[in-house]
Design a protein around this ligand. Structure first.
Ligand code: FES
Length: 114
């Protein structure tokens, strides 16, 4: 049976903002984050494909000023919210690693990769 982690309530993420979480996976702590757009949500591992740093410098700050893209604070790469694809910056064409998320009774539940 796949391992699952309940991250928290979707309503705890402000609309058009993001929230970060730490999960335990294979005896390691992994940083992940979830972006909320209304009733929709998009989650990724907090790891920039350019230089491997976390995307954010401040807690829960993942978005560009206009809230249209996910921003890497290190060198300014921008990623599409919906699929994690990098559309500007030094890693254009690369992708954030998506999370397998579902909503259950208002809670975000993550299914871990095998
Ligand atoms: S580490 Fe993210 S753009 Fe360089």
């Amino acid at each position: 049976m796949p391992q699952e982690t309940t991250l928290g309530a979707l309503k705890d993420i402000p609309d058009n903002e993001a929230k970060e979480y730490e999960i335990e996976h294979d005896d390691e702590t992994v940083e992940v984050f979830v972006v909320r757009k209304g009733a929709n949500f998009f989650g990724y591992v907090n790891y920039c494909p350019h230089a491997g740093t976390p995307l954010n410098w401040s807690i829960d700050r993942f978005m560009t000023l206009d809230k249209k893209y996910i921003l890497c604070a290190t060198h300014g790469a921008e990623f599409r919210i919906e699929d994690g694809q990098c559309i500007s910056g030094p890693c254009v064409g690369d992708c954030l690693a998506p999370l397998d998320l579902r909503l259950e009774n208002g809670q975000l539940v993550l299914t871990h990769p095998e």
